[in-house]
Design a protein around this ligand. Structure first.
Ligand SMILES: C[S@@+](CC[C@H](N)C(=O)[O-])C[C@H]1O[C@@H](n2cnc3c(N)ncnc32)[C@H](O)[C@@H]1O
Length: 345
């Protein structure tokens, strides 16, 4: 079986990297095939696993907008026959809508939606079209002349990423990253539900909210009491109860238990304070402080500005940088997202 993922095109690499990381840590047995930027197919999934994988992907991913189960692959020329071959009663529950999305294709979207809708109605009794609130959504994705005919089985909760934007949380302080990027970073750290995730620069808790929502136990610490408290307020607001927060300088960090992952956005630039640590030394101090608090197979996913070279600092402490992605913020600042682990030898 195949699952089709429609991904965000706001970054050329992160959506795919996030998907790969989730496949790795959730043991998703499938072959990932990139059709074009924004369109990925997971192939060769066994029937027994498909529903479970579908649920995991919709629950976890930040940069994937839609997931669908592929019913059949077709083409502009054979669409009518291919639609008529499907037993739609297996997929449609009372009401449905057909929606077409194009990638490098000039297919007539509205015309195709109408045509497929009437073909399905012709084949199936007891179902109706409902464009506003259909119970079943038939998704046709056109790539060139190729058409993927698919069904949406579980909706991604897109509202969450809108409702959890920093200014909509009960405790707000400038400088928190977007919830989608925070979710992506949590996923890049390859954690699973039940794992312990630490953010030692937790600020308003943006990263920990995302880790908590996928079922991780979370620990946040911050040099400022106000931020530590703010994190707790925000976590409670999102129904996250399995958390602990501490008020300390990262250099004093001594965890009660080694963590499965560290996901964090350390302070940098003139607008953020680093306590009494000199400028970019905060990264060096952070690496030193965090190493012994991480399990041997733990990942660290962090943000940093492009002008700080993490490599020598990571080397010195015994870390390897395994993946890096640049996000252009403005003309003079690119934010680097790094995935780091302990050296193995
Ligand atoms: C960029 S903000 C983190 C934003 C956070 N991800 C959020 O969602 O709000 C960096 C945080 O590091 C904290 N901080 C600065 N210096 C610190 C230090 N030496 N030890 C621990 N926390 C520190 C600041 O108080 C600030 O809240």
């Amino acid at each position: 079986m195949e699952l089709l993922c429609i991904q965000s095109q706001e970054h050329p690499e992160l959506p795919k990297a996030e998907l790969k990381a989730v496949m790795e840590c959730e043991n998703i047995d499938a072959n990932l095939s990139v059709v074009t930027e924004g369109l990925v197919i997971l192939k060769d999934i066994s029937k027994n696993n498909c529903d479970n994988y579908y649920e995991i992907l919709t629950k976890r991913l930040g940069y994937t907008h839609e997931v669908h189960e592929v019913i059949t692959t077709s083409s502009v020329d054979t669409l009518t026959d291919d639609i008529l071959c499907v037993d739609w009663s297996e997929y449609i529950d009372e009401t449905f809508a057909v929606r077409v999305k194009r990638f490098h294709s000039d297919i007539d979207t509205v015309g195709t939606e109408r045509k497929v809708g009437s073909l399905i109605l012709e084949k199936c009794n007891d179902i109706k079209v409902n464009l506003k609130k259909p119970k079943s959504l038939v998704r046709i994705v056109a790539f060139g002349d190729k058409l993927y005919v698919a069904i949406e089985k579980i909706k991604l909760n897109k509202k969450h990423f809108e409702n959890s934007k920093p200014h909509k949380r009960p405790f707000f302080y400038p400088g928190s990253m977007s919830p989608k990027l925070a979710r992506c970073m949590v996923n890049l750290s390859r954690v699973n539900a039940g794992d312990l995730v630490l953010d030692p620069f937790c600020g308003t808790g943006g990263i920990l909210i995302e880790a908590g929502l996928i079922g991780c136990k979370v620990v946040g610490s911050d040099i400022y009491w106000k931020m530590k408290n703010g994190t707790a307020i925000n976590l409670e607001h999102f129904g996250i109860t399995d958390y602990r927060t501490f008020n300390l300088d990262v250099r004093e960090l001594k965890m009660y238990e080694k963590v499965n992952a560290v996901v964090t956005d350390p302070p940098y630039g003139i607008s953020t304070t680093t306590g009494d640590i000199d400028g970019d030394d905060v990264f060096k101090e952070f690496f030193k402080a965090i190493y012994d608090n991480m399990k041997d197979d733990a990942y660290l996913c962090m943000a940093s500005p492009h002008y700080v070279d993490l490599k020598p600092m990571a080397d010195e402490v015994g870390f390897d940088i395994v993946e890096q992605y640049g996000i252009k913020m403005h003309r003079s600042l690119t934010r680097i997202i790094s995935v780091i682990c302990k050296k193995t030898e």
